[in-house]
Design a protein around this ligand. Structure first.
Ligand code: HEC
Ligand code: HEC
Ligand code: HEC
Length: 88
């Protein structure tokens, strides 16, 4: 029983530790973007991640806009304005 409890604690710890990025900033010419991963994650991991969540490469306009801008456009047009994400 004691062993099981420790095992469960380790699993819980690993899950929290894996969630390393609370917020990440992408620097680019159009204006830096600060992505609040923690806040977005409340919408559910599968909104962005397929299978086991791992790093997603959104560098560059194509992958960045495909993931981020598509959902924003579909949610509220004001959220798809350039300066909603790109801050000078
Ligand atoms: C709105 C999209 C989105 C949602 C929702 C989301 N993620 Fe992520 N996640 C990302 C992006 C983008 C990255 C890459 C960040 C970077 O550039 O380092 C990432 C990276 C990660 C990584 C890679 C390791 C790390 O910390 O960089 C893990 C693990 C992860 N997410 C777990 C989760 C979990 C667990 C959930 C749900 C509770 C979740 N994510 C929800 C977009 C999302
Ligand atoms: C599945 C839909 C979805 C995806 C995918 C998504 N977002 Fe969002 N995003 C939202 C919603 C909904 C809000 C509004 C949250 C609120 O105001 O409570 C938001 C808010 C934001 C904000 C406003 C500031 C903040 O953090 O509250 C920024 C900046 C942002 N998102 C950037 C991004 C970037 C960059 C990506 C891609 C890595 C991304 N979003 C992917 C739905 C999404
Ligand atoms: C929902 C968030 C979001 C919105 C809205 C958005 N972008 Fe982006 N954009 C991104 C992300 C994420 C990247 C990729 C991150 C990176 O490469 O630094 C990106 C990358 C770019 C790049 C490539 C920059 C480089 O140095 O490679 C350009 C140019 C760009 N966006 C222009 C625009 C324009 C113009 C608009 C308005 C019409 C806009 N973006 C609206 C999230 C957004």
């Amino acid at each position: 029983m004691k062993k099981l409890v420790i095992a469960l604690m380790l699993v819980t710890f690993a899950a929290t530790a894996a969630f390393a990025v609370d917020s990440v900033t992408y620097e680019n010419k159009k204006g830096n973007i600060t992505f609040d991963h923690k806040k977005h994650a409340e919408m559910g991991c599968d909104k962005c991640h397929e299978g086991t969540p791992a790093k997603i490469d959104v560098k560059g306009m194509k992958p960045g806009h495909a993931l981020c801008k598509d959902c924003h456009s579909n949610t509220d047009k004001a959220m798809a304005k350039c300066d909603y994400c790109h801050k000078k």
